[in-house]
Design a protein around this ligand. Structure first.
Ligand code: ADP
Ligand code: MG
Length: 451
């Protein structure tokens, strides 16, 4: 999505929140400039507009942008003069660096240098580094698994960046399992009309030195793709080429993943990344602040590390919100705890960062919605009337809380985390297949729980 279309969508939602006169005053001359790394730059006519926006509009924009994209978008408000300044700087930069950056699919920031090591990711980092130093020999394949936003993609790409730094002629391919699937399906389709796409597809993947496949849980149920990947895997492995994969769970926990793939994936090493503890969160924030030149006191960083206790991506977005807020305020000093507090409260970020949904609350509401008891949901009965609410409650716990799967299992009367995964997948699949009644129920319950 580009800045224009995002802004148009947000704008149409905002329209209903203001009287026509006030709408004209504050929105008529707003221009979307760019959308980059989840930062939406908007040009406003004057400083007065910027001030009014900060007080009354920014938090709505964040909320709507989140509704539309599912991402934390930080609005950056600039006035016309600032935009012109930046354009000039950019032109300057381009004049000074005529060589285009090499375009491979790796994010140049995802390096080992920038990966902060702490207890929860120490083992994964060590395994990744030894693979980078000695590809194709030590652990092949390497599988990094764990929850969202914990650094799996970063660590995997660090291996690629390391290899290219040692030898830029190496062929490193990074691909998500979804993209692999799409490429494969489209090649098959084209060949059905007499093309030779499959050949090209095979050539691309069988000629790599390092294959990075992100989020392999999405191979689930895709039989033909799994078969093709099986062959790719075997060819590369046989030639001593390194394969690295990430997943949100272990291969044997991925539903509908063929046994032969599971067994291949178990040839190497699987390492997990866990949620960062407060010490690691603090270290990560220190490092991010340093790399992005954000002047902030240690105390303020510690405060933020205490507050934002989920994953690394949330940490990053909290820090960039704080930075944006400090810029809005025209603050020229080191960002201190007070400013961080203001940033969270003033822009109404706090309820998004801190809104924690309690699993017990989910249990209560789901139970009463379906007219069963909480004890039944937590219990072991296998009647349909109880299993269905139980699965919905597990699904909602995973969707709405930051709780890990094992902890969810525990809250449901000590069930195994694979039971939670199974329930989650089942409900997700039904929703994806547009089960209309379930859709309504889940939507109702969400509203009820988030109220
Ligand atoms: P995942 O693939 O597990 O969902 P990502 O690799 O996309 O997570 O990480 C989310 C963000 O957090 C990225 O911007 C990444 O650079 C950052 N990140 C994660 N872990 C670390 C870490 N240990 N040190 C520094 N940055 C990290
Ligand atoms: Mg990822």
């Amino acid at each position: 999505m580009d800045a224009n279309s995002l802004w148009n969508e947000i704008n149409s939602l905002l329209k209903d929140d203001f009287t026509p006169v006030s709408y004209r005053t504050w929105f008529d001359h707003v221009k979307p400039i760019k959308l980059d790394h989840n930062r939406l730059t908007l040009q406003l006519p004057s400083d007065l507009h910027v001030e009014y926006w900060q007080k009354n509009i920014t938090s709505k924009v964040i909320e709507y942008a989140f509704q539309i994209t599912g991402n934390d978008i930080t609005p950056i408000l600039v006035t016309e003069n600032q935009v012109n300044d930046e354009k000039q700087e950019q032109a300057e930069r381009q004049r000074n660096s005529p060589i285009e950056e090499k375009n491979n699919q790796l994010n140049p920031n995802y390096t080992f240098d920038k990966f902060v090591v702490g207890k929860p990711n120490m083992f994964a980092q060590a395994a990744a580094l030894s693979v980078a130093e000695d590809p194709g020999t030590t652990y092949n394949p390497l599988l990094i698994y764990g929850g969202v936003g914990l650094g799996k993609t970063h660590l995997m790409q660090a291996i690629g960046n390391y290899m290219l730094e040692q030898d830029p002629t190496k062929n490193v391919v990074f691909i998500t399992s979804e993209k692999f699937t799409n490429e494969f399906v489209s090649a098959v389709k084209k060949d059905a009309h007499g093309g030779s796409e499959m050949e090209r597809f095979k050539e691309k993947y069988r000629n790599v030195d390092l294959l990075l496949v992100d989020d392999i849980q999405f191979f689930s149920s895709k039989d033909k793709t799994q078969e093709e990947f099986f062959h790719t895997f075997n060819d590369l492995h046989k030639d001593g080429k390194q394969i690295v994969m990430t997943s949100d769970r272990l291969p044997n926990e991925i539903a509908k993943l063929q046994d032969r793939l599971v067994s291949r994936f178990n040839w190497g090493l699987a390492v997990s990344i866990d949620e960062p503890d407060v010490a690691t969160r603090t270290k990560i924030l220190q490092s991010k602040a340093k790399y992005s030149n954000i002047a902030i006191t240690d105390e303020a960083l510690e405060y933020l590390a205490e507050k934002v206790d989920s994953n690394v991506r949330e940490l990053e977005s909290a820090l960039s919100r704080v930075k944006a807020y400090s810029e809005f305020k025209g603050n020229r000093l080191r960002i201190n705890t007070e400013l961080v507090e203001d940033a969270m409260a003033g822009l109404d970020f706090s309820n998004k960062i801190e809104r924690t949904v309690d699993i017990n609350d989910i249990l209560r509401k789901v139970a009463s919605y379906y007219d069963v008891s909480v004890d039944d949901i937590k219990g072991k009965k296998r009647y349909k009337e109880i299993v269905a609410p139980r699965q919905v409650a597990m699904y909602l716990s995973r969707e709405l809380t930051k709780t890990s799967l094992p902890k969810i299992g525990k809250a449901f009367g000590g069930k195994d985390h694979t039971t939670v995964i199974h329930a989650y997948d089942k409900i997700k699949r039904a929703l994806d297949n547009n089960d209309p009644q379930l859709k309504d129920e889940v939507a109702d319950l969400k509203t009820e729980i988030l109220r």
